[in-house]
Design a protein around this ligand. Structure first.
Ligand code: PMP
Length: 382
């Protein structure tokens, strides 16, 4: 139950074990083409351009930055933690002049203030981490991307810990890039970088004055490949991860069968049940309010007298959890992922294991209260 890689559906794992086809075989072309169409649907961005490339989420971030930003251009990073820091590092590496809207861990920058900064700043892009995996903070992305749109600034949303788990309507909200990776709510083992790019952002890329500095990250190399596969034709730039694409096509099919709104709602319901369990245990969440708390993971302070050793106890109870990640606080909290195939039984098993681990670590609470509270929430939400 870590915030990625998560548990994967057996049908997805079976697809991963398919005999590896040639990357130009007709059956693979069909699968890749369908995966691209499905990814566009998952992002709710009917006129955006999807890209699926071998790599991890960091490569998806790099593709966005390398293609949209030229040296000397200005970028505003809405910073909610570790992965926003990484975005700032990448932007600097590609020569951008970076301004950051920062806040204390667990908080989000004020949207009106961000818009005020955007208004006077000649910014090319604004970046925001949809869910910052280091803090469990859910950023107000809809308001932020709309603010960027009003100011004529391109918006880049890092959805690695959010896509297909947190509500997101790329086209309706006007987000220019939604980027993600395979190993979280997309439901496929690690190894894919995925992006959906708006027409406006593709036009901004087309009107660059300088070439993209990275060959592997250059849309100029990948766009013809994505267009060809979607049109049912083979093309080659760099060998696609054939088996991961098979798995992706299956997982995205499952996601769309569930339905995006139903899937967002399930993640919300499961997160609420987790939170009921945490409250019953007296645990404090790192995000400062419910409104900025992610539905894809919980970041929880260790209670008084308990430290990271409790994670070992949870593992003995059969549940793998993650430690802290935010540089300022990492020894003071732990994280529980709840993405993809997570259902009521996972909630009860996980909350129960955390409860037993905490009791074994000396935390004082009434045995069974957390499981009862989570169960009550699940029943109330039916
Ligand atoms: N952004 C966010 C929000 C993430 O959670 C992660 C990974 N946990 C990344 C970017 C980087 O992805 P990867 O580890 O797949 O490179």
């Amino acid at each position: 139950m870590i915030p990625g890689p998560v548990e994967f559906d057996p049908e997805v794992m079976r697809a991963l074990g398919t005999k590896t086809a040639s990357h130009v075989a007709p059956e693979f072309i069909t699968v890749f083409g369908r995966a691209l169409k499905r990814f566009r649907e998952v992002c709710l961005a009917p006129s955006a351009q999807p890209f699926v490339v071998a790599g991890s989420g960091t490569l998806a971030m790099e593709l966005a930055v390398a293609n949209l930003v030229e040296p000397g251009e200005r970028a505003l990073v809405v910073n909610t933690g570790y992965f926003s820091d990484r975005m700032a590092t990448l932007l600097e590496r590609y020569g951008a002049e970076v301004v950051q809207a920062k806040c204390a861990p667990g908080e989000v920058p004020d949207v009106a203030e961000v818009e005020r900064v955007l208004a006077g700043g000649r910014f090319k892009v604004m970046t925001v981490t949809h869910v910052d995996t280091s803090t469990g903070v859910l950023a107000p992305v809809e308001a932020l991307v709309k603010a960027a749109g009003r100011q004529g600034v391109l918006s880049v949303v890092d959805g690695v810990c959010a896509t297909a788990g947190e509500t997101f309507h790329q086209e309706a909200w006007g987000a220019d890039v939604y980027l993600t990776a395979s190993q979280k709510a997309i439901g496929v083992p690690p190894g894919l970088a995925l992006l959906c790019v708006s027409k406006r952002a593709m036009d901004a890329w087309r009107s660059r004055r300088t070439p993209v500095r990275s060959l592997y990250a250059d849309f100029a190399e990948w766009l013809p490949i994505m267009e060809a596969y979607e049109a049912g034709r083979p093309a080659y730039f760099a060998t696609p991860p054939v088996n991961l694409v098979y798995a992706l096509e299956v997982s995205l099919g499952q996601i769309l069968r569930e339905g995006m709104e139903a899937r967002f709602a399930r993640h919300r319901r499961m997160a609420q049940a987790f939170r009921a369990g945490w409250r019953a245990l007296g645990l404090k969440l790192l995000p400062v309010s419910e409104a900025v708390t992610a539905n894809t993971l919980s970041a929880l302070y260790y209670p008084e007298g308990v430290d990271a050793a409790v994670l070992g106890r949870a593992r003995e109870q059969g549940v793998v959890l993650a430690g802290g990640l935010h540089p300022q606080l990492k020894t003071r909290y732990f994280r529980v992922g709840h993405m993809n195939v997570v259902g009521p039984s996972d909630v009860l098993a996980t909350v129960g294991a955390v409860e037993r681990a905490l009791l074994a670590a000396g935390h004082r609470s009434e045995p069974g209260v957390a499981v009862a509270a989570a169960q009550a929430e699940l029943l109330a939400a039916r």
